[in-house]
Design a protein around this ligand. Structure first.
Ligand SMILES: [Zn+2]
Ligand SMILES: [Zn+2]
Length: 338
């Protein structure tokens, strides 16, 4: 049996260990993916820090791009040699009540999360259920595509399900890993796109990404600024601070919706404000494999790209450090050389 490199965490708050493991065999309904690149995401701290009960040792990584190199029994239509991505959603049953109604993201029989409930992409190979696979367009390089499997699908899928129509005002709050993609998607989808961030030094960057307007939330009240533009049909809040979310809520238009993808423990909202203007605050789950596939295809065609810092697998500590201290511009990606 062949051997492979894997980056594992053996216990909560334990270090990354680069170990040699047997190359795993795909069981029924699964494929083996030879990993080319895997994004480093803040959610990987669930494994690193032990934020949820899970089985150790565990290989993190849910922004995986690679090539199928072995196919288990009963897998259709995937074949060896196809380029695929594997994201956060690690597959679903397809037959439960919610799956049959098109809501497989909330599958009732399986809660599979790549790199959490099974070993992920910080390795040369991983095993993934066929339902977790997204086709990767040939024009997208592996390292470019990896963050689109999480930050990309989250913002793309959120915006396309937000109810905003081309020409309507959409504000993207935060210009980090998610926000810099959110601005690009919003602009390419035809929304009048407003970037909101702290400081005026990010204005040029926001405009380069496709924003037609920019608000410095330190110098101005972002709610007032949005109201001057007529109010936002949708505000995509990518920040992880409740007070920042609250500061922009007043910028919604009549019937506007604030879409939350940043996880904050609690958020204070005035129901009166919402009901008088028929507004909504809605959470958004990222997406399943078909959503990721749409994200990759849209990105390849429209030129939306994640800006990444790329590290070979062996430099995982450095990638992790830059991601956790917030200095990475804008996503960290590990490559295997495969
Ligand atoms: Zn992620
Ligand atoms: Zn299901």
């Amino acid at each position: 049996m062949g051997k492979m490199r894997a980056v594992q965490v053996s216990r909560p708050k334990g270090p990354f260990e680069i170990v040699e493991r047997d190359i795993p065999e795909p069981g029924p309904g699964t494929v083996r993916v030879k990993v080319q690149a895997c994004g480093v995401c803040h959610s990987d701290s669930i494994v690193k820090e032990g934020l949820l009960p899970l089985q150790y040792p565990r290989v993190p990584g849910h922004e995986v791009i690679g090539v199928i190199d072995a196919v288990g029994q009963g897998v259709h239509p995937w074949t060896a040699g196809q380029r695929v991505g594997v994201g956060w959603n690690g597959g679903y049953c397809g037959y439960c009540y919610t799956c049959r109604r098109g809501n497989s993201f909330a599958c009732q029989t399986s809660t599979l999360v790549t790199g959490i409930t099974s070993d992920g992409g910080y390795a040369d190979y991983l095993i993934a259920p066929a339902t977790a696979l997204a086709a990767v367009p040939p024009t997208l390089a592996a390292a470019d595509a990896a963050p689109l499997m999480c930050a990309g699908v989250t913002t793309f899928n959120c915006l396309r399900n937000s109810g905003a129509k081309p020409g309507e005002l959409v504000a993207i709050m935060g210009l980090g890993g998610l926000g810099h993609l959110g601005v690009q998607y919003a602009a390419k989808m035809g929304f009048r796109t407003v970037g909101i961030a702290r400081g005026n030094d990010k204005e040029e960057f926001a405009r380069k990404l496709g924003a037609t307007d920019y608000t410095d939330s330190e110098a101005h009240d972002p709610s007032e600024e949005l109201q001057k533009l007529g109010g936002a049909k949708v505000i995509l809040a990518t920040v992880t601070a409740a007070d920042a979310m609250k500061s922009v809520l007043g910028g919604l238009a009549i019937n506007g919706t604030m879409m939350l993808v940043g996880a904050v423990p609690s958020l204070e909202i005035s129901p009166i404000q919402l009901l008088l203007k028929s507004q909504a605050v809605k959470g958004w789950y990222s997406g399943i494999s078909s959503d990721s596939e749409d994200t990759l295809a849209f990105s390849a065609r429209s030129g939306v790209r994640s800006m990444n810092e790329v590290f070979p697998l062996e430099r995982v500590d450095e990638a992790w450090e830059r991601m956790t201290n917030g200095t990475v511009r804008f996503r960290a990606v590990l490559t295997t050389g495969n």
